[in-house]
Design a protein around this ligand. Structure first.
Ligand SMILES: Cc1cc2nc3c(=O)[nH]c(=O)nc-3n(C[C@H](O)[C@H](O)[C@H](O)COP(=O)(O)OP(=O)(O)OC[C@H]3O[C@@H](n4cnc5c(N)ncnc54)[C@H](O)[C@@H]3O)c2cc1C
Length: 357
């Protein structure tokens, strides 16, 4: 089977890797450089608890499955690529804003077999949380990955496994013949295949608006550096409308959510809002310097659920719509979409692209 994948982000490269390993001929067409889209912008949380507090049951199950795949997936990508991806499971803490928030988190903790921390236990684990707080949900095995490094490593792993990656190759159109997708057109020439997998992230809807009605949701983040001698928190911490993620000696602070088309311009309003949030969460960061500020576009489907599997057009498949969880979902998407394409699994009904009329 010959598969052309459009988009070299975590989704396209992950599925590509699994397909190549299963013996398929796979070409990834990437309009810029691999991993440079939302994948590079991500905080890298494998946020199986915080992101799923109010999620659809199918998404919770998929996330738990993916979370379980992550440790081996990270090892495999590192072994294949020879590059580190910064996978580390140091836990995540979700601070309760007030008594009602505490009650809600306590219910979630019970459902998930997790525990609640009182104020003293929060301080013992995260001494930088010095403001008044109402306790926290603690998920000790929750992990993070360096999403930027992951995109680069996945591209190397995919090529080493036998996949072909073509960079600076923007697909302008997917041609149909007799109702079937037959050719992906780029400025450098046409690519024919048995199957086309559209994995172009937030830009998927630009190519196929009715089949892949995915739209961008902008997110801005900042990174802070502590003064010499001050330590970063070890774990991911959520509270005061932000989350913080330690990575490479810096503290990433995220993230805004804005529907702003394809604009990725940086705004002072976002930088100020993120700083205010982190200073309320970790007051010591008032003295920390902002070292970086960036934006990315999350791919969102109209109902907020992923779009994974075959579409109404023969030969045209989708791996998209992961919204805020594309890094968390990466190993499960790679496996599920590859298995479906190889006829070894059925689409997950809640994520079947054909659910959208
Ligand atoms: C600020 C921010 C923080 C986030 N934090 C997290 C997090 O902590 N945890 C988490 O799980 N998720 C997080 N996410 C979400 C996650 O980043 C995305 O869900 C995920 O990266 C989507 O992966 P993708 O491969 O579908 O898209 P992308 O990574 O955007 O890749 C799509 C690729 O397609 C290419 N492309 C587009 N159009 C074409 C074309 N016509 N032809 C060829 N190539 C094309 C692009 O250049 C790009 O490389 C975050 C997102 C943002 C913006």
């Amino acid at each position: 089977m010959k598969v052309v994948i459009i988009g070299g982000g975590v989704a396209g490269l992950g599925v590509g890797l699994r397909l190549v390993q299963a013996g398929a001929e796979v070409i990834v067409l990437e309009r810029a450089q691999p991993g440079g889209g939302a994948t590079a912008a991500a905080a890298g949380m494998i946020a199986v608890t915080a992101e799923l507090l109010d999620a659809h049951a199918a998404e919770i199950e998929f996330a738990r499955n993916s979370n379980a795949l992550w440790p081996d997936f990270a090892k495999e990508v590192e072994a294949l690529s020879g590059q580190k991806v910064g996978f580390a499971a140091r836990g995540a803490m979700i601070l309760a804003a007030d008594a009602a928030g505490h009650a809600r988190l306590s219910r979630k903790a019970t459902e998930s077999g997790l525990s609640m921390l009182d104020e003293a236990a929060v301080r013992a684990l995260a001494p930088l949380v010095t403001g008044p707080q109402a306790g926290a949900l603690w998920s000790p095995a929750e992990a993070v990955v360096d999403a930027k490094a992951l995109g680069v490593a996945l591209a190397i792993a995919f090529e080493k496994a036998g996949g072909k990656l073509v960079t600076n190759a923007e697909v302008g159109r997917i041609e149909r013949k007799g109702g079937r997708a037959v050719t992906a057109h780029t400025a450098a020439g046409p690519y024919h295949a048995d199957v086309f997998l559209l994995a172009a992230g937030a830009w998927s809807g630009l190519l196929e608006s009715s089949i892949a009605p995915i739209t961008p949701v902008k997110g801005e983040m900042i990174a802070l550096a502590p003064p010499k001698g001050q330590a970063l928190p070890e774990q991911v911490i959520w509270g005061h409308g932000v989350y913080v993620v330690p990575r490479g000696g810096r503290l990433l602070v995220g993230a805004t959510m804005n529907v702003a088309g394809f604009d990725t311009g940086l705004t002072q309003e976002a930088a100020r809002g993120l700083r205010a949030g982190v200073e309320a969460l970790l007051p010591a960061t008032r003295d920390w310097k902002t070292m970086d500020h960036w934006a990315g576009l999350r791919p969102r489907a109209p109902d907020g659920l992923p779009l994974l599997g075959p579409t109404r057009v023969d030969g045209l498949w989708l791996a998209g719509g992961q919204f805020r969880n594309g890094i968390l979902f990466a190993p499960a998407i790679a496996q599920a979409v590859a298995d479906q394409l190889l006829g070894k699994a059925n689409p997950i009904p809640a994520f079947d692209p054909r659910r959208l009329k």
